[in-house]
Structures are given as C-alpha cells and as structure tokens.
Write a new protein. Structure first.
Length: 248
C-alpha cells in the first residue's frame, strides 16, 4: 500500500499544476487553487474516492499540445513580420516628390526619368533666353550684389555707379525661401542672402502665380528671376518675377 501511494505521489509530482487542478476539480477538493503543489498532491491522495492510475496518468490538452501551439504562434508571428516588411518597402517606394501646381516651374529631385529630363531642358532654355538679352540681363548673383553694396573698400560714388548699372535689369538669383506674403493684387516671395546675413530680396509676382507660391515651404531652395526695381538699406525689391526652379 505504501509503495502504491509513493508511486502515485511520484506520478502526481511529475504533472503540471493545470493537470493537478483539473484532477482536484473532478475530485471536488475544496479550495484546491489556494493549496501549494505538495499540499494539493497530498489532498488528492487522501481523497476517499478511488483514483485509477489511468486517470492520474492522463494529461491535459495544454500539456499534450503546448509545443504545437507555441510553434504555430511562432509561424504566425514570422508571417506577420514578413508582411509588415513588404508593406514598409512598398510605402517607401511609392513616396513621391512634392507636386508643383504650375506647369512652368521645375521641381528637382534625385529622380532622372524622362519627364524630369525634359523639364530640366526646358528650364535651361528659359534661363538661356533670359540671359541672351544682354541689354536687360545682369549676370550678377545675389551674393555678389550684396557683397558689392556693403563693400567698405569702395567709395560711395563707386557704389552708386554699381547700383545705377543694376537697377532696371533682370537677374536670376538663387537662395532659401524666408517667407511668402500676398494681397489681392500681387504676391511677394522673400529669399535670404546666405553669404550676407540679414539681407533679403523681395520678388513681386502677379496673382496668376499664386498657385506656385502656395506650394512653397520655408527654407526651401528656389531660383527666381526678376527685374531690380529699387534698393533699400537691408533689402532689394524686384518686379515682374518668374519662379524658375524649386528644390524639394
């Protein structure tokens, strides 16, 4: 009898707690969930009901199948991870460059498709046409303009002569966008001179260019053409402006 009880105890000791709980529930052992595993085994062995060895040896569904459940869960996790990676790649590849609302404005990016190449060629032709009019075009850049005006090594008459030769001529300047403002009659694009801090160029546009200007963002690099109208201490005003190029 003692050997049989010892064998039963060893068999119960090898079981998971879930198996012991199921058996205790069938044997109607009170408050079995609050008992330790050792006390629960003792309570099972002390029950007045006979417990066949086959019932003791019986395993729960979880005990028999938990390896399969974990394996299946691992496969599902790997499958979902693969789907997530594919979706991330697809979304990355579908990212587009910022759209341009004006057909005459070039938006450059790293893409080199045929449409981009055609737009770049048209833009080069437009700039070449502006520069070809030697009577009205000035090749001076925005940096050269401000550096000359604020050059302390030149005299006032030399500065006035330089300004007289620039005012009324068309230029093509490039810089980072500082701001865009507008009214019912015109819009103004403001770019900063990076070489001479605190100096700005104000390009005036007709309302027909409002769509192009709405798409611009602060600190976005742009190339603009305009006619120098007047010079102020900190800035210069340009009129009859054209937005030639936009960088993303």
């Amino acid at each position: 009898m003692e050997n049989q009880e010892r064998n039963y105890r060893d068999l119960l000791q090898s079981k998971y707690r879930d198996d012991l709980n199921s058996l205790a529930k069938e044997l109607r052992i009170p408050r079995f969930r609050k008992l330790s595993k050792s006390d629960l085994i003792t309570a099972i062995l002390k029950t007045s009901l006979p417990v066949p060895a086959a019932q003791l040896a019986r395993s729960s569904w979880w005990t028999r199948n938990y390896n399969h459940v974990y394996g299946f869960a691992g496969l599902v996790g790997a499958f979902l991870s693969a789907i997530g990676l594919v979706l991330a790649v697809v979304l990355f590849l579908r990212q587009d460059s910022p759209p341009s609302s004006g057909s005459n404005v070039e938006v450059t990016s790293n893409a080199t498709d045929s449409a981009g190449e055609a737009g770049s060629t048209n833009q080069d032709q437009a700039e070449a046409a502006i520069a070809a009019d030697a009577g009205s075009f000035s090749p001076v850049s925005m940096e050269e303009f401000f550096e000359t005006v604020f050059n302390r090594n030149i005299t006032q008459i030399q500065r006035d002569d330089f300004l007289a030769r620039q005012i009324g001529r068309r230029v093509i300047w490039e810089g980072k966008l500082a701001d865009v403002s507008g009214s019912s009659r015109e819009s103004t694009l403001m770019i900063r001179c990076e070489a001479v801090p605190g100096r700005f160029a104000f390009f005036e546009f007709p309302t027909t260019n409002r769509g192009d200007l709405l798409a611009l963002k602060r600190d976005q690099r742009v190339k603009v053409s305009g006619i120098l109208r007047e010079w102020n201490v900190n800035y210069v005003n340009l009129e009859k402006s054209q937005l030639l190029k936009i960088w993303p």
